[in-house]
Ligand binder design. Sequence first.
Ligand code: ATP
Ligand code: MG
Length: 425
Amino acid sequence: LLRRAAIISTGSEILQGLYADTNARYLAEQLSVLGVEVVLSAAAPDHPGELRALLEHAAGRADLVVCSGGLGPTADDVNRDVFAAVWRVDLVRDERAVEMMRERFRVRGQEMPPANEVQALVPAGSTVLHNQWGTAPGFFLPPGAGGVGAPSSALLALPGPPKELIPMFDTLAKPLLCDRIDGATYVRTRTIHTFGRPESELGALTRDLFRRDPAVGFTILAKTYGVDFRVTARGGDRETVDALLDRFERETLERIGPACVYGFDDDTMASAVAALLISAGVSVTVAESCTGGLVTKLLTDIPGSSAYLRQAVVTYANESKMRLLGVRPETLRDHGAVSEACAREMAEGARRAADADYALAITGIAGPSGGTPAKPVGLVFVALASPAPTVCLERRLLGDRELIRLHAALTALDLLRQSLRAAQG
Ligand code: ATP
Ligand code: MG
C-alpha cells in the first residue's frame, strides 16, 4: 500500500529560480487529499548523477516517488535513463505512444522528428500513461516491479508542463494510485472563504477548533486579501467525513458569524455576488476609476453575466466623470476626484445612467505615484447606490499597485454582497 510519497521535480531551471515549482505544490495537495502523506519534496537539476542520488534517497524514504519533468526529447531530458538505472529495469518502446506522437505531428502537417521516438521509451513493467495533452507519455511503475536489488517503491513519472501534468495526474494516474491507497481512509477538504476581517481576529475566535479532533485538520490561511479556513477530514466512508466537515463548518460559522463568509471551495467573491444578484433578480452597473475595469472584469468572468450587469464605465478624466456620470464640478473642485463626495456622485450618476438597481463606484490612488500626505497611495473610496440611501466606505489599502487595485475591487464587490444579503433578510 502507498502511504508515504516523495515528490521530485526535475529541471535545472527550477534550481536557478527561473520558474516556480508549481507542479510540486499541485502534487502535494492532490496526494494529501488522497490520504498519502508527503514526506519529502525536492528538485533535482538535469544532471544524471544528482538526480540518481536524490531518487535513491527518496525511494528509501517513501512508498511512492512522483517525478515531474525531464521526459522531453532533448539532451537535457535525462530522466528515463536514470529511472531505468535506479529501478534496474530496461527501457522498452511503447508502440501506442509512438503512434500517438506521430499523429500529433501529422495533424499539424508535419513529420515527427526521429528524436521524438526516445520519448516512447518506458521502464519495462510499467503502465504507460498516454498523453493526449502533449507528446511525452508518463508511466507508473508499481511497487516491487524493479529489478533485483532495486528499491521496492513505486515510481510515477509525469511530463513537466503543468498543462500536461495536471490532466494526466487527474485522469490517468489518480485511478492507479487509488487502487493502492488504504481503502479505509477517505479524505475530503472544505475551504471557507472570508473577506474583510483580520486573520488574528478570526484565529482567536476559532482557537479551540484547531486541535479538537485528530481526524480533522483545521487550518487558517491568510491570503493577500481575505482569509480562508481549510478543513480536512479523514474517515472510513464518505458519510462520516462529510458529517465532520459539516460540523466544523457550522461551528466555524457560529464563531465568526456568517456575514464575512462569502463562499466555500471554488466560490469566488464575484461568483457569490453573481448568485445573489440572480436570486434577487436585480441589475447592477459599475463606474470605475482606480481599478480600470477590474470590478467589471471580475463580474464578467462569470458566464451569463449579462443577466445582471447592465453596463459599466471607466472614467479617469474629471471631464468624463462629469459628462458620463453627472459628477458636479463643485464636488471635484472642493473635494477632488478621490473623495467620498465624488464616489457617491459617481455611484448615483452611474445608477441613473444605466437605470440599474445597484451601482458600484470606485475612486482612489493605486500608486506608486500620485499620493500626498492628505491623500496617500492606497486611499480608496467605494460607494454603493441602490434603492436605499447611498453608502460609502473609505479604505487605506496597503501593497503595490496591483494589490491595491485587487483589494479595492473586492472591497466594492463585498459591499454589494453585504447589501444584497441584508436585502434578502
Ligand atoms: P518537454 O517535452 O516540454 O520538454 P519535459 O517533461 O521534458 O517536457 P521539462 O523540460 O522538465 O519537461 O519542462 C518543460 C516546461 O514545463 C518547463 O520549461 C516549465 O515551463 C514547465 N515545468 C516543468 N517542470 C515544472 C514544475 N515543476 N512546475 C511548473 N512548471 C514546470
Ligand atoms: Mg524538456
